[in-house]
Design a protein around this ligand. Structure first.
Ligand SMILES: [Zn+2]
Ligand SMILES: [Zn+2]
Length: 350
């Protein structure tokens, strides 16, 4: 194993792909020792925060904490960042109700929040929507609400969209002005490639950035880990003793196209180091087009919630309200009071 390219230490832990020429797709492996690797990761996060003004004095950031490697690193880093900049920080964990998987993450998130002195809230799909994700998946299959192929996709939609919605409602109720999301470089690359050529492409282009405003009157998403890869984050957590949920993996993710895409990207990257960076550069080149498209959008309010949706789409409600509508019809009951109950539970946990 070669020595650390930065300090000459003979014990290295990581080989980082670094672009050699500005206009060439040539990448060299830069070998780093433990200490140089840890500082490189911290530097990347701090630069992202500064360059994109993710955190400013007086901010109140509510962050999503799942107990996974990404959000555990984000929580630990942001909690330390309070020594540099005065801002308020709180965490929320949404228990979607995935047996054998989620309880471990909830406990890890709770434990980390406690040790970092972060206010932490926990809420669940079961309490808010009457069903766990496991029950939702079972009912959707059993009652054939969607076509088979669609049902698979919908599992992730229920999970991701409703979780985000819950976080946005809590952020609003608590008076947070930013939502901290632990979305990393590999997530962004996969999400973008998955929407190539679809109507959602402009949105994923805009999302591939540390700061993203989902709709004009929304709460901005801040993503300090935007430029860190899966590998870098996992290794940082391990070397720095940040506990995170490694196993088991989410039982639903393995059947999803997103996971398949990630696997393929990983393979291509192994053969052509720097492939993911090229995808990122491509998104930067296309970004002005997406900005133009976004600026032309006319937004209308969702009739059921505070979300705004682009006008002209045949949709009547925002996608999370549509999903809640499906849950209402499954249970033959109205879930209208879920936001009120959520806000009440936030107040009681404070
Ligand atoms: Zn070194
Ligand atoms: Zn809505």
């Amino acid at each position: 194993m070669p020595c650390c390219d930065l300090c000459g230490n003979p014990e290295t832990v990581y080989a980082q792909a670094t672009r050699v020429g500005l206009y060439q797709r040539i990448y060299q492996k830069r070998h780093l020792c433990r200490s140089c690797f840890l500082s490189a990761v911290e530097k990347k996060i701090h630069n992202t925060i500064k360059q994109h003004r993710l955190i400013e004095a007086g901010d109140f950031i509510l962050m999503g904490m799942s107990g996974g490697k990404d959000s555990q690193l984000m929580a630990s880093t942001l909690s330390h960042y309070r020594e540099k900049v005065p801002f308020e920080l709180a965490g929320i964990t949404v228990d979607e109700g995935i047996a054998g998987y989620r309880p471990i993450g909830v406990e890890l998130a709770r434990e980390l929040a406690r040790s970092c002195g972060i206010r932490h809230l926990v809420t669940s799909f079961q309490d808010l929507f009457g069903l766990t994700l496991d029950q939702i998946v079972h009912r959707l299959k059993h009652e054939q609400v969607f076509e088979d192929a669609q049902a698979q996709e919908k599992t992730c939609a229920f999970c991701a969209r409703l979780r985000l919605k819950v976080m946005m409602v809590v952020a609003k109720a608590m008076g947070a002005n930013k939502l901290g999301l632990a979305i990393n470089f590999d997530d962004h690359v996969a999400n973008f490639l998955l929407t190539l050529g679809t109507d959602d492409m402009a949105t994923t282009l805009m999302q591939f950035a540390p700061y993203y405003m989902p709709f004009p009157s929304g709460i901005p998403h801040v993503k300090a880990l935007t430029f860190l890869t899966d590998k870098e984050i996992a290794l940082y957590d391990i070397l720095n003793g940040i506990p995170y949920q490694l196993t088991p993996e989410c039982p639903y993710s393995a059947q999803m196209v997103g996971d398949l895409m990630r696997e393929q990207i990983f393979r291509i990257e192994e053969t052509f180091p720097g492939f993911r960076f090229s995808v990122h550069r491509a998104t930067q080149m296309m970004r002005p087009l997406a900005v133009q498209q976004m600026n032309q959008r006319v937004w209308v309010s969702c009739p059921s919630c505070f979300y705004q949706i682009p006008a002209g789409k045949a949709k009547r409600a925002c996608s999370s309200c549509e999903l809640i509508g499906v849950l209402e019809s499954l249970q033959q009951t109205s879930l209208r009071s879920w936001e009120t109950r959520l806000v009440a539970s936030v107040c009681s946990q404070e």
